[in-house]
Design a protein around this ligand. Sequence first.
Ligand SMILES: *Cc1c(COP(=O)(O)O)cnc(C)c1O
Length: 373
Amino acid sequence: MINYGRHFIDEMDIQSVVDSLKSDWLTTGPLVEVFENALQEITKARCVAVSSGTAALHCAYFAIGLKPGDEVITPPITFIATQATAAQLGAKVVFADVQSDTANIDPVAVEAAITSKTKAIVAVDYAGHPADLGALRIIADKYGIYLIEDASHSLGSLYNGQSVGSIADITTFSFFPTKNITTAEGGAVATNNELLLQRAKRFSRQGLIKDSSEFKIKGEGAWHQEVHSFGLNYRLPDILCALGISQLKKLDSFKFERSKIFMRYLSNLGSVENIDLPLIRKSADPMWHFFPLRVNERTREDLYNYLLKNGFKTQVNYFPVHLHPVFSGQQDLKGKFPVSELFYSQELSLPLYVGLKNTQIDEISNLIIKFYE
Ligand SMILES: *Cc1c(COP(=O)(O)O)cnc(C)c1O
């Protein structure tokens, strides 16, 4: 069975993990900083490695001081973690519809959703294509609120030539196996704001302060550490950083491979009627995470089942977040975000990962062509 995504692990990755297992460190050791520095090279921002993309979002929201009474504006087309972590801090989740071409949050809808309680706009780079960050930046600055980027899909992407990670006030990544690189479970927070960086880092490490110049309690011995605000344990172990370091060395070739697969789908499926292929905006140089095909909503489920029967397990990204029963207490949100709901009803993610063979791309393409003949 061919899945819509999977990891790529080579001998270099295996050796890197084995070497770390033989070292003195299993969890926080020297490789954490090596990995964070390698991430900085790519994102052009300071980075904190954490234990998942979800943890990264939780840290980012904590870092901006998100609290009960605050509102965050988010897109419905994303994984629930984008919202769940804000809700866990007591914030109110607000939705703004997406743009029909990229499924990224629509700046016009964002501005319409702003209130005096809005603390942040959260953009998700759907499928790896950067959100409309320029327009969102202007709105964030106009209202004096934060721009957060959930870049779980888009490590390695560029927006107007700038690296994802260096654009928003704070950006989060996921290294889950289907994502652009993997550490099994893992994630990172990226920012060039020193204060946000320190707050995110502390939150991920139990809130512990080790620098004596910041102590409020004086006169304790060299063992002393203290806590000024509560944190959690979101550390990424050295063993997993070892994997991340060796994965990052391949990021350029991964991007190239993913781009080749994307282009092959475009050329295979370009002349099929009644389907829509993803496009790339002028501002974007995406590292594609999956291939979001769009088909007639009445045929989508049949196509999914047909491909499954023939050995291809595609995916639908995503069930609109506002329709999850967890929001049903608030108000009836059905129908409120029509672009997202239509997008969901038509979307099917085709396999796109390093190691997918041309023959497999051609095979699934031919199945789609045959299905619509
Ligand atoms: C994968 C993903 C997350 C969560 O990342 P985990 O590493 O699985 O916790 C958050 N947001 C989006 C958009 C994702 O795709």
